[in-house]
Design a protein around this ligand. Structure first.
Ligand SMILES: *Cc1c(COP(=O)(O)O)cnc(C)c1O
Length: 370
């Protein structure tokens, strides 16, 4: 019965962007160069003129942000268990200790009361995550950070194009990290960017991004700090430039489709929907929670049989072997565990049609009737 398979997400790359990539390939300069500089300038415009540097992943942007914030061994960094594991991995990568606190079940983002209670004299930074593109309350977050003099590294991997009270995510705050992974609202295939706060110059950021190499005018070079290999290519930056022009349209389209889901999803199915925030969220994902007791694997298979892809973002990360080994326990973050066990990501991407939403809703009714 089903026509073509409907994945849970798919990037929208136009012919103009494909042609721009071909131009880069023909130009003879394919790694970091003029396209990266142009992409950084365009991202800076998007972020209200703030300094932005491009990276080859969102993970790299987060790691460099922690290093620039001076986070290292002996420091604690507070974040959420309900995120892509990269958020916590970078804390370990810089030698610091991840301190996780449970989510607010209403927003599925960090519970800010628990966050404040978890701050100790060793806390050096906070990493809030805007899950599914729904921003963490920036007013409360920064009031807490100021009260305790801790830095903030916003994991805005999923919230490019979202806003908080009319302010674009990235245009305010401390460090802000974006991801341009293939599944994100703006993609470069793989890529990321870091918005820098005013007290951190771009020079050190650039050193940490590329082997710590400092080039001198006479052709010599020196290295006095250990840097990574985190630079974006011009091939990727050309994709980013083409995507950024369309980001506003992408976000608007996602909002329209998300609204349609809210109108069409049958409350009798017992799905728990996320907050209907059509002002702030960029609708990176639309994630209902399955009714308690539903076999998620069987549900996903039943949707697949009907030609519809469903994702899982994410199981609570403290249940992964690496994090269990650090002492995290089952039952420690009950809300994150519950959401992580019941969440499903329905198809939502700009090229989808209203008819696709209807198709998903009909398939849901069939998959859940049993
Ligand atoms: C995608 C993502 C990252 C990592 O970004 P990459 O570009 O894949 O390295 C980090 N945090 C969150 C919440 C993400 O969704």
């Amino acid at each position: 019965m089903s026509a073509t398979f409907l994945p849970f997400t798919r990037p929208s790359i136009d012919e103009e962007t494909i042609a721009a990539v071909a131009d880069v390939l023909r130009s003879g300069w394919i790694t970091s160069g003029p396209q990266v500089q142009a992409f950084e300038a365009a991202l800076s415009d998007f972020c209200g003129g703030r300094c932005v540097r491009a990276f080859n992943s969102g993970t790299a942007a987060l790691e460099v942000a922690l290093r620039l914030a001076g986070v290292g061994a002996g420091d604690e960094v507070i974040s959420t268990p309900l995120t892509w594991v990269a958020t916590a991995n970078v804390i370990l990568e810089v030698g610091a200790t991840p301190v996780l606190v449970d989510i607010d079940p209403a927003t599925r983002n960090l519970d800010l009361d628990l966050l404040e209670a978890a701050i100790t004299p060793r806390t050096r930074a906070l990493i809030p995550v805007d899950l599914a593109g729904l921003p963490v309350d920036r007013d409360r977050l920064y009031a807490i950070a100021a009260r305790h003099s801790v830095r903030v590294v916003e994991d805005a991997a999923q919230s490019l194009g979202a806003s908080w009270n009319g302010k674009t995510i990235g245009s305010t705050g401390d460090f802000v990290a974006f991801s341009f992974h293939a599944n994100k609202n703006l993609t470069t295939g793989e890529g990321g960017a870091l918005v820098l706060p005013a007290d951190i110059g771009p020079e050190r950021c650039e050193l940490l991004r590329l082997q710590g190499v400092k080039r001198q005018p006479d052709g010599n070079m020196d290295v006095d700090v250990l840097g990574g290999k985190f630079n974006l290519t011009d091939i990727a930056a050309a994709i980013g430039l083409g995507q950024l022009k369309r980001l506003h349209g992408f976000t608007e389209r996602r909002r329209v489709l998300a609204r349609r889901y809210f109108e069409r999803l049958d409350p009798a199915l017992g799905l728990e929907l996320p907050p209907a925030d059509f002002a702030n969220s960029n609708w990176h994902m639309l994630q209902p929670l399955l009714p308690p007791g539903t076999d998620r694997g069987a549900f996903i298979a039943a949707m697949k049989e009907q030609g519809i892809g469903v994702g899982v973002h994410y199981p609570a990360l403290h249940r992964f072997t690496l994090y269990r080994g650090l002492g995290f326990r089952a039952g420690q973050f009950p809300h994150a565990e519950d959401v992580g066990a019941r969440t499903v990501s329905l198809p939502l991407f700009p090229a989808m049609t209203e008819a696709d939403v209807e198709r998903v809703c009909m398939a849901l009714a069939k998959a859940l009737e049993r």
